[in-house]
Design a protein around this ligand. Structure first.
Ligand code: MTE
Ligand code: MO
Length: 394
C-alpha cells in the first residue's frame, strides 16, 4: 500500500492507509499465557498511527484549570516513582461480530480477542503489565493534591489529548476524559505508561506515552499523549459524546439522542472461551475448556460457570492468574485486581452440544444470557454468555 510520511511538530505522520490499523490475535493465543505478549496484543486505532520519533523535543503539556501549567519531558515523567500495574485492556467493541448476528451494528467487527493482559494471551481483551508514573503523582506537580475526603472537585474532568487525526472528529486528534476524582485517586492506578511488558511502548500501542485507565473501556486509555487539560465538565470530543455510549435496544439511527446517555467508563463482567472456535469438530471423550474472565472497576471474578450441555447444567471452572497460583479473590495480596483470570475445566462430551461460559464478579454481577437484551446500535459491550458449537464424531 502507498504511504506518505509527513513531518509535523515532532511527529512523522503515516498517511495513505484506506482504514486505520485494527488487529486482533486468534483467540487460542490469549490463553497461552497470563500476560499477553505485545505481538499478540490487539490494536485499535481511529486514525493513522503517528510516529513520534524526536523524543528529545517531546513535551507533555498540562493546562486548563490549574494554577501552574507545565510542560514535562519524558525524562521528567520517568523521575517520578515508577509503578507496574497488571491490567487488562478491553475494547468496548470486543465480541461485536457476535452481536451483529442479532441485528446489524455499526463498528469494526471483533471476535473475542479485542482484549489483552500484559505479556501473553490475546483477544480484544488484553492483559498487559504497564509501567509508568501515576497520573495522581503527575497532577500533584501542577498543584492538584491527591484525593482526600475533604476534596471537592465538582464535575471536573481530566482530558487526555493525542496527536492522531480521526476522520470521525473532523480530522481532529483523539481525545477522552475521566473524572478528576478518579484521576487523583492513587488507588485507581491510572498510569501515564511508557512501558508495556517491561519494554518501551511500541508505536502501535502509543509510544512514547499513553494513558492506562484500569477497569475502564479501552477507549479512555489515550495513546500518543500530547496534552492533559483540567476541564470544568467531561470532554466534548466525538469518542466521548457521539460514540462509546450504551443505548437500549430500541434506540436506532433515526431516533438516537446522544445527549441522553453518559460516556461509558467501567466495563461489565465478561468471559469468553478461547480454546474452541465458534464451530468445532471433536472426538468423543474428555474435553478441556479454557478461556478468560474479567470485570471492570477493579471488581474481581468470583466464579466462572461452564456448561457442557447448552446451559442445562453447569460446573465451576478453576481460575488462576500467575501460573501455579490459584486465584482467590481481588482482595487477596497475590491477585491482580485489574487483570483477567484464566479459567479451565474438563468435561465429557459424547454427542453434539453447545459449550457455554458465564462469569460472576465480586459484586455478584452476572453476564446476560442473551445478546438480544443488550443489543445496541454501536455494538458495544457484548457480554452475553459465550457459546460455541461442538460436533462430536459418532
Ligand atoms: N488513543 C488514540 N490516540 N487513538 C485511538 O484511536 N483508540 C482507543 C484507545 N486509545 C485510540 C486511543 C481504543 S477504542 C482502544 S480499545 C485502545 O486505545 C486500544 O489500545 P491498543 O491499540 O494499545 O490495544
Ligand atoms: Mo476500543
Amino acid at each position: 500500500k502507498e504511504q506518505i510520511l509527513v513531518r509535523y511538530n515532532s511527529i512523522v505522520w503515516l498517511f495513505g492507509l484506506a482504514e486505520p490499523f485494527n488487529a486482533e490475535p486468534p483467540r487460542t493465543t490469549l490463553i497461552s499465557s497470563y500476560v499477553t505478549p505485545v505481538d499478540f496484543f490487539y490494536k485499535r486505532n481511529h486514525g493513522p498511527v503517528p510516529v513520534v520519533d524526536d523524543i528529545e523535543s517531546y513535551r507533555l503539556s498540562i493546562g486548563g484549570l490549574v494554577e501552574k501549567p507545565m510542560e514535562l519531558s519524558l525524562a521528567n515523567i520517568k523521575k517520578l516513582p515508577k509503578y507496574n500495574v497488571t491490567s487488562t485492556l478491553q475494547c468496548a467493541g470486543n465480541r461485536r461480530t457476535a452481536m451483529s448476528k442479532t441485528k446489524a451494528v455499526k463498528g469494526v467487527g471483533w471476535d473475542v480477542s479485542a482484549i489483552g493482559n500484559g505479556f501473553f494471551p490475546p483477544a480484544l481483551y488484553l492483559y498487559a503489565i504497564w509501567g509508568g508514573a501515576k497520573l495522581a503523582d503527575v497532577l500533584e506537580l501542577v498543584g492538584i493534591t491527591k484525593l482526600s475526603r475533604t476534596t471537592s472537585f465538582g464535575g471536573k474532568h481530566v482530558e487526555f489529548v493525542s496527536v492522531d487525526m480521526c476522520k470521525e472528529d473532523h480530522g481532529g486528534p483523539y481525545k477522552a476524559s475521566i473524572p478528576l476524582i478518579h484521576a487523583t485517586n492513587s488507588e485507581a492506578d491510572v498510569l501515564l505508561a511508557y512501558e508495556m511488558n517491561g519494554k518501551p511502548l511500541n508505536r502501535d500501542h502509543g509510544y512514547p506515552l499513553r494513558v492506562i485507565v484500569p477497569g475502564v473501556i479501552g477507549a479512555r486509555s489515550v495513546k500518543w499523549l500530547d496534552s492533559i487539560n483540567i476541564i470544568p465538565q467531561e470532554c466534548q470530543g466525538f469518542f466521548m459524546q457521539r460514540d462509546y455510549k450504551m443505548f437500549p435496544p430500541w434506540v436506532n439511527w433515526e431516533n438516537i439522542d446522544w445527549s441522553t446517555r453518559r460516556p461509558q467508563m467501567d466495563f461489565p463482567v465478561q468471559s469468553a472461551i478461547c480454546s474452541l472456535e465458534d464451530v468445532n469438530t471433536v472426538q468423543p471423550g474428555k474435553l478441556t475448556v479454557q478461556g478468560y474472565a474479567v470485570s471492570g472497576g477493579g471488581r474481581g471474578i468470583e466464579r466462572v460457570d461452564v456448561s457442557f450441555d447448552g446451559g442445562k447444567t453447569w460446573v465451576e471452572a478453576s481460575r488462576y492468574q500467575k501460573s501455579g497460583i490459584p486465584y482467590v479473590s481481588d482482595d487477596d495480596a497475590e491477585s491482580d485486581k485489574w487483570a483477567w483470570v484464566l479459567f479451565e475445566v474438563a468435561g465429557d462430551v459424547s454427542q453434539n452440544t453447545e459449550i457455554v461460559a458465564k462469569a460472576v464478579d465480586s459484586a455478584a454481577n452476572v453476564q446476560p444470557e442473551n445478546v438480544a437484551v443488550i443489543w445496541n446500535l454501536r455494538g458495544i459491550l457484548n457480554t452475553s454468555w459465550h457459546r460455541v458449537q461442538l460436533h462430536v464424531k459418532p
